[in-house]
Design a protein around this ligand. Structure first.
Ligand SMILES: O=c1ccn([C@@H]2O[C@H](COP(=O)(O)OP(=O)(O)O[C@H]3O[C@H](CO)[C@@H](O)[C@H](O)[C@H]3O)[C@@H](O)[C@H]2O)c(=O)[nH]1
Length: 475
């Protein structure tokens, strides 16, 4: 039988790539009539992407009808932001898709192109699908509440009823009613892109792109965000919540990773706090000192993924060859019996380990889903992108996290941030999230069970995957 071919286009960036590829794997296993080609757009010097693709494709479990095509990268290009990289890649994707179509025309047994699944930052590629007469859906790597927020604010902006970019808006104390949130959202918990004029064009294009798609597949599950999913489904958005989609647990792990896991094996159950700030999160010297002091003063066991600020001209932090370089003098010696400082962490394995009892996170959506799946409560510390509304949703809406902050933000491009978070505030969050018995912990544990059920046959996400195949692919 000829298979239906899907073209997947994840945005550059490991957070986007991993969840998109995992969705492709899930979908192929879900329905054997499908074949998927993933086109990988890579940022210059993103070596973590190379390592990931290598470990993925060399795994014996790599599905037969999944193909990964690495598009050539111009290592000298200066584009750093997702939308710039994506724009620059349009001609490459157009060519690669055209080659694929040629191939299927010359071989009637090869998969026939049925649809595009494009990342939320790659909606510019929808035009390529339109040209070929196939439908496109968006793969949304963030949550439903944030999706609703962007759609709603854009609508208000178009109607001319709200300008969130005026100078004093963020600190005005205004609270907004947004249908995908059950509680009013304070202005200072909105993402930077809707607060600053310079992003207006980007947001406009982003939302219009989402509206062009035939539907939106969201990496969430109905039980996690019932209010948001309901509010979006009531509107005219065709929504497919199919998550939580996490990357496989048996990823290749570095020697440092193995040492870390061995160290965790020796720690008491639920005793270790994990601190990790995503693929591009990092702090300056002053902030690192405050975190170190908070950890030392709290006396809590910890595993800290500390990244070195990027070299000039790059946005990607690197690992210290010796973490002592970035830390206050003597810190490592004083905390040797209770803590470890590492670079890039094997995050999923860490969160899955029974010794880990709390997570200080920047609230990237994948980190949230991983912590929910493994039942580890978060202390929220957003940095950039949509992490402020994510943190707000976790703390105030879902009551599944404790707050270090929901409004903190860093803009490395402009060199601005919300100041240095004090050691006292960090220590308070640490102690709260590590409480052995709390409503937050109970809720997260319950949601962890629900997240697993959602993916099983008959579960909400499983059924939504069927609905996507029926409604979009018509097979
Ligand atoms: O030391 C590390 C750091 C990260 N990760 C993994 O990398 C991914 C990080 O993803 P995420 O938590 O979503 O954070 P970002 O990398 O910051 O992701 C970007 O993309 C997300 C999805 O759209 C957004 O929610 C974020 O705000 C945006 O910054 C997760 O799978 C982590 O397990 C590691 O394995 N080790």
């Amino acid at each position: 039988m000829t298979k239906s071919g899907l073209v997947f286009i994840p945005a550059p960036g490991i957070g986007h790539l991993v969840s998109t590829v995992e969705f492709a794997k899930l979908l192929i296993n879900h329905d054997h009539r499908l074949s998927i080609t993933v086109f990988v757009i890579k940022a210059p010097r993103a070596t973590n992407v190379d390592a990931y693709i290598h470990s993925l494709t060399s795994s014996p479990n790599f599905p037969k009808h999944l193909q990964i095509i690495h598009l050539p990268t111009d290592e000298s290009q200066s584009a750093q932001y997702l939308h710039e990289l994506t724009q620059n890649s349009i001609p490459l994707v157009r060519q690669a898709v055209s080659d694929l179509v040629q191939q299927s025309r010359s071989d009637p047994d090869s998969p026939q192109l049925a649809a595009f699944v494009v990342d939320m930052f790659c909606t510019a590629m929808i035009d390529i699908a339109d040209g070929l007469g196939v439908p496109s859906v968006v793969f949304y790597t963030s949550g439903a509440a944030f999706l609703g927020l962007m759609l709603h604010l854009h609508q208000l902006r178009e109607q001319g009823t709200l300008d969130t970019t005026s100078r004093d808006f963020k600190d005005s104390g205004t609270e907004l009613t947004i249908p995908s949130f059950a509680n009013p959202v304070p202005a200072n918990a909105l993402p930077t892109v809707v607060l600053e004029k310079q992003w207006e064009g980007f947001v406009d294009e982003y939302v219009k792109g989402l509206r062009k798609a035939k539907g939106i597949i969201v990496n969430t599950f109905e039980e996690l965000e019932p209010h948001a999913v309901h509010s979006l489904s009531e509107g005219d958005t065709r929504l497919y919540p199919v998550g939580p989609i996490l990357s496989a647990k048996d990823d290749e792990t570095s020697q440092q990773g193995w040492d870390t896991m061995e160290w965790l094996d020796d720690q008491p159950e639920s005793s270790v706090l994990f601190l990790c700030f995503g693929s591009v999160g990092y702090f300056g010297e002053d902030q690192v000192r405050e975190i170190a002091m908070a950890l030392e003063n709290s006396g809590v066991r910890f595993l800290w993924s500390l990244r070195k600020p990027p070299p000039e001209g790059s946005r990607r932090p690197t690992d210290y060859s010796d973490p002592a370089e970035g830390l206050p003098e003597g810190f490592l010696d004083r905390t040797a019996s209770i803590g470890r400082v590492i670079g890039w962490a094997p995050q999923k394995q860490v969160l899955a380990h029974k010794a880990v009892g709390g997570f200080v996170s920047h609230c990237g959506w994948n980190s949230i889903l991983e912590s929910v799946y493994f039942g580890v409560p978060i202390a929220t510390w957003p940095l950039y992108a949509e992490q402020q509304p994510n943190a707000f949703e976790l703390v105030r809406e879902l009551k599944m996290a404790v707050e270090i902050s929901v409004e903190y933000r860093i803009d490395h491009k402009n060199g601005s941030n919300s100041g240095v978070m004090s050691r006292e505030r960090i220590e308070k969050g640490i102690k709260e999230v590590m409480e052995r018995e709390s409503e937050t912990r109970t809720k997260v544990k319950q949601m962890s069970e629900m997240s697993r059920k959602a993916l099983m046959e008959g579960g909400s996400s499983y059924s939504n995957m069927d609905r996507f195949i029926d409604e979009v692919l018509n097979i």
